[in-house]
Ligand binder design. Structure first.
Ligand SMILES: *[C@@H]1O[C@H](CO)[C@@H](O)[C@H](O)[C@H]1NC(C)=O
Ligand SMILES: *[C@@H]1O[C@H](CO)[C@@H](O)[C@H](O)[C@H]1NC(C)=O
Ligand SMILES: *[C@@H]1O[C@H](CO)[C@@H](O)[C@H](O)[C@H]1NC(C)=O
Ligand SMILES: *[C@@H]1O[C@H](CO)[C@@H](O)[C@H](O)[C@H]1NC(C)=O
Length: 956
């Protein structure tokens, strides 16, 4: 009985197997082809894991597969965005019924498969967003019996532009944008593709003229030839494209006049021919196209007046023609008959009034008319335009008073009226402009008292009202503007005293109240505004003493000249700021003779003088000590390595296959690969595997102080030796003897980011590589800040401390000055860090936090995006951060991007630029933590699809 039982138990699974297992479905040939393809592909995300020979699902139920009707033959493969990698799997070409193949947005590489051209049923072939390279196979010109869509956008396809594709007469969509073709003309043959609906050839290195045969494409809906080198005139035949909805010809070298006839395009909605060399007048009929919504013709050389048809365009919402030479007025009642939302006519020669009807439809958000010759008053109707967010009318001839409601537009963020002839007062209604960041009204004829309501503008960052005739006091309410960073009321007729509470304005960097009639004392509280960089109170009637507190400030500009100041000038001031106190007859430098008894110098001041003298002495002594130390180490360096051979010590942090003597004996002065403040770096090859290492030899120290220094050194090395992260340069071990210390790091063959980026070899660093470097370095820093216990602050983040391995992966290096932070922020005795990367708070506190690293990393990001050094002659010796901020403000983000890279990655670069700008916020607490920086950087790529529509125009 027991034996039978056992037998049954044995048999049961076998029986089950026989009964439950269905016939093998793999009988289908197509399933075998798919399995073969799966075997060829790398599928890290497991997207194809259900594709299994023994799968209980039928082939037609496999994910991403569509069968033809009731059959088990494959008609569609939808494999977009699955992180698939490898070459094109040839077995796909055996799927004879395949109609739809989507492999877009994967990591596929290698040549484009020629075999696809033989598939008789293929309708839609979408391979966009991969790394396919080489030429388009010429058989594509003779095959593809039924192909409707060919989408190869954003790959690395090279060679001549494949004109033979015009042979595929069934094509409706030909999308080849963003590939690396060699410069070639656009073939006349293109006109043969009579069914073509979409032609997307942006950035395909096309040159020569646009063939006039393009006019044969009567079904074309979307024509995008932007970002090529097309020249010559736009052919008149383009006016025959009667189905056209979108025409993108921006960023070419097109010249001559805009052809007549575009007005006949009844479906045209989007027209962009910006950034060419077009001349002559704008054709009268262009705005007659009844569906036009967006017209971008900026940065050409167009002349003449705006056509009258503009006034009647029924659907126009976005008009950008800045940077031309257009003259004359707007057509009367412009804006009355269209939903105008965005108007930028800046930098032309237009005149006449600003039309009162611009916002008649209640949709206008951006009004940019700067740098023209508009005259007359700002129309009262614009005061009702509550949708406005950005108003820039500077450098015109506007006059009259500004309508009260115009001051108080609720959404406006920037109101720039400078350099006109506007008069009247700043109306108290301005209190309603709750979103205002920048109020720029300098160089006009404004009069009266600045209203107290200014204090309601809690977001205000810039209040610039110099060169007017304003009177009354500096409004006491300005001290409520907690975000204010620039206050310039110079060259007015202000009187009264400077409010003492001005010290509350902790964000203030520029304070200019010069050339007024301000009286009373200089409030000592100004000395508490640590971020102040430029302070000008000259040409007023200020009296009393110069507050000692002002010496807390680190100022690049400081002017108290031509006031009525008196008393003693602290020594510190008289030495540093020679020109800052002219024209104050009552002020005496150092010790006052004459009217004052020298014995009666207040104790506090004597104390100050003594401490300053003492401080200078300390600096001098430190200098001497440094010199002596350098000199001695210089003399000793030659002998030091061989000395004391017996007592070398090796402390390893990773498994190593070499001994301390292997390292010491391989140091060769011919293999020095770098020198820094802390020591020399050698490349050595050691161990059985002949692995390269980088050995850093720290300059040796004095015997006396060595003991103490060694303790901190060892503690630091121990911390760093325990740091383990893929984006931190690995410290293998540390080799010491009584006079010398060697740190053995992994060797990074591509050297430092700084060296590469600012050398002739910068071309190697294309945008995807730079992006990868940014992400890696951010991950390394984030690990130090957030995952180490205690957390580690690097303190010398810079492009020279980001090293690159053979694949241009980045690792953070050189913790020469890194400090672990255990109990709150550490205060360091000397400023660490490198010129150009030092966070501004270092200047006034020596507190070191993770946020100082974030700032330095922000500078590195700006370096990656702009390709410029943090301090460089080509940016006028300005700090890179200042240069970037100024240019982004004035000319848009476009203007700072590394011009060697612009093109398809424009959007991504702008996003990364913005992250960099967040990191270099002057206020440490506003900088994002590194963890957030990593996340933001990763999202840039995550959400980035190949660009199929147009890029954002650089708004002035
Ligand atoms: C072609 O295939 C792609 C990817 O599946 C799809 O987005 C596109 O809409 C298809 N085009 C047509 C005309 O069917
Ligand atoms: C394109 O078609 C023409 C005939 O229309 C033929 O002579 C030519 O060989 C074809 N080109 C290719 C590359 O197949
Ligand atoms: C624009 O045209 C004017 C003359 O009409 C010429 O002097 C100027 O150089 C042109 N500018 C550009 C950028 O082509
Ligand atoms: C087009 O892309 C190439 C890279 O293939 C780039 O070098 C070039 O600058 C881009 N051209 C334009 C006009 O953006």
């Amino acid at each position: 009985m027991a034996a039978l039982h056992r037998l049954l138990l044995l048999l049961l699974p076998l029986v089950g197997l026989l009964v439950l297992h269905p016939l093998p479905i793999v009988a289908s040939y197509d399933a075998r082809y798919l399995l073969a393809a799966k075997a060829d592909l790398s599928d890290p995300a497991g997207a194809l894991s259900v594709w299994e020979a023994e799968s209980s699902h039928s082939l037609c139920a496999w994910p991403h597969v569509l069968c033809a009707g009731q059959s088990t033959t494959v008609a569609g493969l939808y494999l977009g965005k699955l992180s698939l990698a490898g070459g094109f799997p040839a077995s796909f070409c055996s799927l004879r019924s395949l109609q739809h193949l989507d492999l877009s947005q994967n990591e596929l590489v290698g040549p484009l498969p020629a075999c696809l051209a033989a598939l008789p049923a293929l309708l839609n072939l979408t391979l966009a967003g991969n790394g396919f390279s080489g030429e388009v196979p010429p058989v594509y010109g003779g095959g593809f019996r039924s192909l409707v869509v060919l989408n190869l956008v954003q790959n690395s396809i090279s060679g001549e532009f494949p004109w033979f594709l015009a042979n595929i007469s069934t094509l409706q969509e030909l999308l080849l944008a963003y590939n690396a073709f060699t410069p070639s003309p656009l073939p006349e043959k293109l006109g043969d593709l009579a069914d073509l609906r979409e032609l997307f050839l942006a950035n395909c290195s096309l040159s020569g003229e646009i063939p006039s045969s393009i006019g044969n494409l009567g079904n074309l809906v979307n024509l995008d030839l932007s970002m090529n080198a097309l020249s010559g005139e736009i052919p008149r035949s383009i006016g025959n494209l009667s189905s056209l909805v979108q025409m993108e010809l921006y960023k070419n070298q097109l010249s001559g006049r805009i052809p007549e006839g575009l007005g006949g395009l009844r479906k045209l909605q989007f027209l962009d021919i910006s950034m060419n060399r077009l001349t002559g007048e704008i054709p009268e009929d262009i705005f007659a196209a009844p569906s036009l919504e967006s017209v971008h013709i900026y940065q050409n050389n167009l002349t003449g007046r705006l056509p009258a048809s503009l006034g009647a365009a029924p659907r126009l919402a976005d008009l950008r023609m800045f940077g031309n030479q257009i003259e004359g007025p707007f057509p009367p009642e412009f804006g009355k008959h269209c939903p105008l939302g965005f108007l930028d006519m800046s930098d032309n020669r237009m005149s006449g009034p600003i039309p009162a009807t611009l916002c008649a439809s209640g949709k206008l958000t951006q009004l940019m008319l700067l740098d023209n010759q508009f005259e007359g008053a700002i129309p009262a109707e614009l005061g009702q335009c509550r949708t406005l967010t950005r108003v820039r009318l500077q450098n015109n001839r506007l006059s009259g008073s500004v309508p009260p409601e115009f001051w108080g537009l609720p959404l406006v963020q920037m109101l720039e009226l400078r350099s006109n002839a506007l008069s009247g007062t700043v109306d108290p209604a301005i209190g309603g402009a709750k979103n205002l960041f920048d109020l720029l009204i300098q160089d006009n004829r404004f009069t009266g008292v600045l209203p107290a309501e200014l204090g309601n503008l809690s977001l205000l960052r810039k209040l610039l009202a110099s060169d007017n005739n304003l009177s009354g006091p500096v409004p006491p309410s300005v001290v409520e503007l907690s975000e204010l960073s620039q206050l310039d009321l110079s060259n007015n007729s202000l009187s009264g005293e400077i409010p003492r509470e001005i010290g509350q304005l902790k964000q203030l960097t520029v304070l200019n109240l010069s050339h007024n009639h301000l009286a009373g004392m200089i409030p000592p509280e100004i000395g508490e505004i640590h971020r102040m960089n430029s302070l000008d109170l000259s040409e007023n009637e200020l009296s009393g003493e110069v507050p000692v507190q002002l010496q807390n400030l680190v100022l690049s500009a400081f002017n108290l000249s031509y006031n009525k100041l008196n008393g003693h000038l602290p020594l510190f001031f008289s030495a540093t700021y020679q020109q800052s106190f002219l024209g104050n007859p009552g002020l005496c430098h150092g010790i006052c003779a004459g009217n004052d008894d020298p014995g009666a110098i207040p104790a506090a001041r004597v104390h100050l003088i003594v401490s300053l003298l003492a401080a200078s002495a300390v600096v001098l002594l430190m200098g001497l000590a440094w010199f002596t130390y350098k000199y001695r180490s210089y003399k000793k360096r030659a002998a030091e390595i061989s000395a004391d051979e017996s007592s070398w010590d090796l402390t390893s942090f990773h498994k190593v296959e070499f001994s301390e003597m292997d390292i010491v004996n391989s140091l060769d002065e011919n293999n020095v690969i770098g020198k820094g403040a802390a020591g020399k770096v050698y490349k050595v090859v050691v161990g059985p595997s002949g692995e390269a290492m980088a050995v850093k030899k720290l300059w040796s120290s004095d015997v006396e102080s060595k003991k103490k220094r060694n303790d901190t050194f060892e503690a630091e090395v121990a911390t760093l030796g325990n740091v383990r992260h893929k984006n931190i340069v690995k410290l293998f071990c540390c080799v010491t003897n009584s006079s010398c210390r060697l740190l053995v790091y992994e060797y990074m063959p591509n050297g430092s980011l700084g060296d590469l980026l600012h050398s002739a070899k910068a071309g190697i660093l294309d945008w995807p590589t730079r992006y990868k470097i940014a992400v890696h370095a951010a991950e390394g820093l984030s690990y130090l800040h957030h995952d180490c216990v205690p957390s580690v602050v690097h303190r010398d983040v810079k492009s020279n401390n980001i090293l690159l391995n053979a694949e241009f992966g980045a690792k953070v290096a050189d913790f020469g000055v890194a400090k672990t932070i255990e109990n709150g922020p550490a205060t360091m005795s000397v400023i660490a860090g490198s010129c150009g990367y030092i966070a501004p708070e270092y200047a006034y506190t020596l507190h070191v936090t993770e946020k100082s690293d974030v700032y330095s990393f922000g500078v590195v990001i700006l370096e990656l995006v702009t390709g410029k050094r943090p301090m460089a002659p080509e940016i006028g010796e300005k700090h890179l951060v200042v240069w970037v901020c100024d240019n982004v403000d004035q000319h848009g983000a476009q203007s700072v991007l590394d011009h060697r890279l612009v093109g398809q990655f424009h959007d991504e670069m702008c996003k990364v630029l913005n992250i960099g700008l967040l990191c270099v916020n002057t206020v440490p607490s506003k900088r994002p933590p590194m963890r957030a920086v990593v996340k933001m950087l990763q999202e840039v790529r995550g959400e980035n699809k190949p660009k199929v529509k147009k890029e954002v125009a650089p708004a002035l």
